[in-house]
Design a protein around this ligand. Structure first.
Ligand code: LLP
Length: 395
């Protein structure tokens, strides 16, 4: 039987919408949100918009009552358009512009600043009611070095000492409501790690509280919940993680989490058509411009022959796209069934940082996106055209 995505045939979808095509299964997104809510019933969960910012997906997530984690004014605008409750959301920027800060100030979102100097700049623009600072605890984790965002070699956050000064300055400026934040890495599958970062930020919060006599109302441990991409990887047990955190969490501050990948990654599949077969190279119509993770991080994504997913894997094949770069490769020497021209391949677990990181390089209009809901499919973003590539140019 052909691969089914939310009870719809992948082949039917590829025929109807053409390829390359991103397909998302709404049910999976809802299920992941439910898992998070059940594991962390008292926490505030803010979806990291950068993972997948299609407005239909954002609306779906906003409707479940989650807040948003926004990185800049554009993501704040997207959160507004999608109907997220911005009072329950957070703005965590890196190197923000004044325009970003002004936007965040104007809507009263919880501001989480990456450095003391940004607070000094912010003061000239206006004072928020609440402030949070991002801590770099000196360590981090993440599946690839490029997605570790804690530790002395990363650009993110501040040391405890510098943050203490930042909070002192904020208090002296008249701010009375405080949060504290840490985001040390993405795609972590080690359950103990989440306990470790919670312990670390809680200790730092206690130290700062004592030193400058402020109370924290929010403690945000960031995103980073991993999902298994590779056959040997296991899903996180969220309940175990929550239980461990509960055991060590003594603070009265509201615990916040900012998952991105965990909510959307597994809902997404990138469908692509085989155009060319040359020895063991299987050429497809999607490239690194549609999905850059394999080229950028060496990331593994499962690949299925959508027209016959159960077929025996008798071959060792290398799946490559149409881009003029040797990094344009989705899988090298992968065990796959025999493949022929015109077959449809399904590149799985591409709902997070897939379309969101797509580019138009090398004459590649971005793919279309489809959402499957209760067995029905609908186009949530149409395929770009040549016109989209040049529409902002003067000619
Ligand atoms: N909060 C902040 C401040 C972040 O920077 C991020 C992701 C998240 C939350 C969500 O993290 P998640 O739960 O998705 O791990 N492009 C990479 C991932 C980069 C993540 C950057 N920050 C990838 O394709 O794996």
């Amino acid at each position: 039987m052909e691969l089914q995505i939310g009870n719809v045939s992948a082949i039917v979808l590829a025929k109807e919408y053409a390829t390359p095509l991103y397909v998302y299964d709404k049910q999976i997104i809802l299920q992941k949100i439910q898992e998070l809510k059940e594991a962390f019933p008292h926490a505030r969960i803010c979806y990291a918009i950068k993972a997948n910012s299609n407005l239909s997906i954002l609306k779906l997530i906003a409707q479940q009552g989650l807040g948003a984690d926004c990185s800049n004014r554009i993501e704040i605008e997207l959160a507004e358009k999608a109907g997220f409750d911005l009072k329950k959301s957070i703005f965590t920027s890196v190197n923000p512009s004044d325009a970003d800060l002004n936007k965040a100030l104007s809507i009263g979102i919880l501001m989480n600043l990456d450095d003391l100097s940004i607070f000094q700049r912010l003061k000239k623009l206006g004072l928020p009611k609440r402030i949070s600072f991002r801590i770099n605890p000196g360590f981090g984790a993440g599946k690839f070095s490029g997605i570790v965002c804690g530790g002395k070699d990363t650009k993110f956050g501040m040391s405890e000492e510098r943050a203490t000064e930042a909070y002192r300055l904020a208090k002296e400026s008249g701010i009375e409501h405080f949060g504290i934040h840490m985001m040390t890495g993405s795609c972590v599958l080690d359950e103990l790690y989440f306990e470790e970062i919670t312990k670390a930020i809680q200790t730092i919060a206690e130290n700062i509280s004592k030193k400058i006599e402020i109370q924290f109302e929010y403690i945000d441990i960031g995103g980073g919940l991993g999902i298994p991409y590779e056959p040997f990887e296991k899903s996180l047990n969220l309940k175990n993680i929550a239980e461990r955190i509960k055991r060590i969490y003594t603070s009265s501050a509201l615990l916040m989490l900012e998952p991105g990948r965990f909510i959307v990654a597994e809902s997404g599949t990138l469908l692509t058509t085989v155009t060319t077969i040359k020895d063991n190279f299987i050429g497809v119509d999607a490239g690194m411009t549609a999905l850059i993770r394999p080229a950028l991080y060496g990331a593994y994504h499962p690949i299925l022959l959508a027209n016959n997913p159960e077929a025996d894997k008798t071959e060792k094949l290398t799946i490559v796209g149409p881009i003029c770069e040797s990094t344009d490769c989705f899988a090298k020497d992968r065990s796959l069934p025999k493949i022929k021209e015109g077959d449809i391949l399904a590149i799985q677990i591409t709902g997070a940082y897939g379309f969101a990181m797509a580019s138009q390089f090398n004459g590649q209009p971005k793919p279309a996106e489809v959402l499957i809901s209760n067995g029905f499919h609908s186009l949530i973003r149409k395929r770009e055209t040549t016109e989209d590539l040049i529409k902002n140019e003067s000619n």
